[in-house]
Design a protein around this ligand. Structure first.
Ligand SMILES: NC(=O)C1=CN([C@@H]2O[C@H](COP(=O)(O)OP(=O)(O)OC[C@H]3O[C@@H](n4cnc5c(N)ncnc54)[C@H](OP(=O)(O)O)[C@@H]3O)[C@@H](O)[C@H]2O)C=CC1
Ligand SMILES: Nc1c(N[C@@H]2O[C@H](COP(=O)(O)O)[C@@H](O)[C@H]2O)[nH]c(=O)[nH]c1=O
Length: 583
């Protein structure tokens, strides 16, 4: 339990952290307040710039000897590593701090562990004080660390009838001076401001921060597949650095070559450049937060890629009646696919309204309203879990699987150990291409996915394509239950594996029938009331999880859907059928 003084100190620490916004990338913003043994504030500080002292060091310096026996209140778990500065955990121990309250755990493998080091040194450690506030101030950095790509805030300015420009393409200005000044605050807090080539041509935008003293200028990024930018474009001046993203085959001889202006070649998508590749490039350059300033076409592509974390719309009491909408095609064709947002804030700015909202996370393992996928149980690739992030009672898995990830996009399905998951993100960087997918608590509990760890191998299969071969049998990717490997017996050419079977599933399992084990379509050799056996050929052993799983390891089971239909048609299911399936 925190005292009132500690809670007040944390509130102040969050405000201190906010002072670093826009200056600390690629580091987080962090605030710290030190209380002496009597609960009086004796030091405070915040991380002011990357490479500079951390918040704890500033606060401890200010407190001096008064820190001994006192409490440090800090918005993020103190770091445990030596980077450009020493570990804060050691600094706190050396200063004689007796208790540490930190609000949010550090999600990075490099820095986390400070809490454990402090506890091992006898410091009392508490986590979670004002965690929501501390999460909010560090949202861009935390999102970037958790998702492996920069946080993206899409900003647009629109008339009350939803237009972002007039019919002739002019759009200056729809919103008021107050709103536009607020946009410069957003630019100052962002590491990069991004626009598409359409906006570049229509507006010749400048994209730098203006009228904000001490602001760190963001990287100006133009997404210009064909390198159409004119040498005299305003973004090419020296007010801020500029990155021109072009296609791998674009001619760039005419582009200016001077300090502050860089060109990067990226792979093409169906339209324009690949958004995940753009974000990976920016992430690699230390960009943790992107302000996407449009226009409507590029914003649609970001949304379709699942790459918008927050939206801020400035709505002006203006009508145009014609002209481009604030958002162009985002891959949504029917109302069931509408991207629903949760409004976080509505503020009046002069005559305008500023609405801030975030996409509502749809549990990715919920039945899709859009389609029913069909798998065949022929595993395409043995993938690997490379990260697991805990999001409340759900988990976000990052899975390495270059084959199934190729050409995949946000919203696609991939069966992971026989569980149909929806791709949230495609992540491309030096570590290779991965996809991330969310798994609800219910699925974690009811399938073997909850037992997976970083490094676990997983069977991966994309849904069957129209006209593809049905190599195995019809697999839905809806796990009915879990069994466990009972034993494995080697024979000369194959291995007989015995797997335990939950009692409620045994009626669907018959000799020579089909069953899906961890997403693999297999033929049942022998079926008992609480077990079945399958024989595995060397190829299956080499290419799937069943080659490595040992006695006691859990496996996901999906019984043959035909058996369920037969049972229902014969009226023998007592209405219980399939209610237990996980997804
Ligand atoms: N009110 C507001 O907030 C804003 C209004 N506007 C207005 O919007 C209009 C311009 O909008 P628009 O033409 O949609 O321009 P965009 O800025 O959205 O640029 C679209 C272009 O970006 C390029 N691009 C690169 N990669 C991709 C990708 N993956 N997906 C889609 N496009 C990609 C494409 O051209 P290519 O591949 O050839 O490079 C595409 O045509 C102007 O009238 C401007 O005034 C613009 C911004 C904000
Ligand atoms: N029209 C419009 C906006 N347009 C956005 O501002 C960009 C111009 O930036 P700059 O050249 O730096 O002033 C332009 O390209 C587009 O992205 N923004 C707004 O807040 N309100 C508006 O009414």
């Amino acid at each position: 339990m925190a005292t009132a003084a500690e809670a007040q100190a944390m509130r102040h620490a969050v405000a201190l952290a906010a002072r670093g916004l826009g200056h600390t990338s690629p580091n987080p913003v962090v605030g710290c307040v030190v209380l002496d043994a009597g609960g009086r504030v004796v030091g405070e500080g915040w991380h002011q710039r990357a490479g500079g002292p951390h918040a704890e060091v500033h606060a401890l310096r200010a407190a001096g000897e008064r820190a001994r026996g006192g409490t440090a209140v800090v918005t993020l778990e103190p770091c445990d590593h030596t980077g450009r500065t020493g570990p804060c955990s050691q600094a706190l121990i050396a200063a004689g701090i007796a208790r540490v309250h930190y609000a949010v755990a550090d999600p990075t493998a490099q820095a986390k562990g400070g809490a454990a080091t402090l506890a091992a040194a006898g410091v009392a450690v508490d986590v979670g004080l004002l965690a929501d506030e501390a999460e909010a101030v560090n949202e861009p950095w935390l999102t970037a660390m958790r998702r492996g790509r920069p946080f993206v805030l899409w900003k647009f300015a629109a008339t009350l009838d939803g237009r972002s420009a007039a019919a002739d393409g002019t759009s200056r200005w729809i919103t008021s001076a107050e709103s536009r000044a607020d946009v410069h605050r957003l630019r100052a807090e962002a590491d990069a401001v991004v626009v598409g080539s359409g906006t570049l041509r229509a507006d010749d935008p400048h994209l730098a921060v203006r009228d904000r003293e001490g602001a760190t200028q963001p990287l100006r990024v133009v997404v210009d597949t064909g390198a159409t930018i004119k040498p005299g474009a305003r973004v090419l001046d020296d007010a801020a650095p500029t990155l021109i993203a072009v296609a791998e085959d674009a001619g760039i001889a005419h582009l200016p070559r001077r300090p502050g202006v860089e060109t990067v070649r990226l792979p093409r998508a169906e339209t324009g450049l690949r958004i995940p590749a753009l974000l990976a490039e920016l992430h690699g350059r230390g960009v943790r937060s992107v302000l996407l300033e449009g226009g409507p076409t590029l914003a649609g592509a970001f949304l379709a890629a699942g790459a918008v974390d927050k939206v801020v719309g400035y709505l002006a009491p203006v009508l145009l009646g014609a002209g481009p909408a604030a958002l162009a095609d985002a891959g949504i064709t029917t109302i069931a696919q509408a991207l629903r947002l949760e409004t976080a804030d509505v503020t009046r700015l002069g005559p305008d309204l500023r609405v801030t909202a975030a996409p509502i996370a749809v549990p990715a393992t919920a039945p899709s309203p859009r389609r029913t996928e069909v798998f065949t149980g022929i595993v395409e690739e043995l993938g690997e879990i490379v990260a697991i992030e805990h999001l409340g009672d759900a988990s976000r898995f990052q899975v390495r699987g270059p084959l199934v990830t190729e050409g995949a996009k946000h919203g696609d399905s991939i069966a992971v150990n026989g569980v149909c998951l929806t791709v949230v993100d495609i992540i491309e960087d030096a570590e290779g291409t991965r996809f991330s997918a969310d798994v609800m608590a219910e699925t974690l509990n009811r399938s073997g996915l909850g037992a997976l760890d970083i490094g676990s191998r997983v069977n991966l299969e994309r849904p069957m394509a129209l006209g593809g071969r049905l190599g195995g049998h019809i697999v839905q990717g809806h796990v009915d239950g879990t069994g466990a490997i009972v034993d494995r017996k080697l024979s000369e050419h194959w291995e007989i594996v015995k797997i335990s079977l939950p009692a409620e599933l045994s009626r669907y399992v018959v000799e020579k029938g089909s069953i899906t084990v961890d997403g693999i379509s297999l033929t049942v050799v022998d079926a008992g009331s609480d077990y079945f056996t399958v024989s595995l050929i060397p190829t299956t052993l080499a290419l799937t999880t069943l080659g490595v799983k040992q006695a006691g390891d859990p496996v996901n089971l999906e019984v043959d859907v035909l058996a369920k239909y037969v049972e229902r048609l014969l009226g023998r299911d007592n209405g219980t059928q399939d209610k237990e399936a996980t997804s």
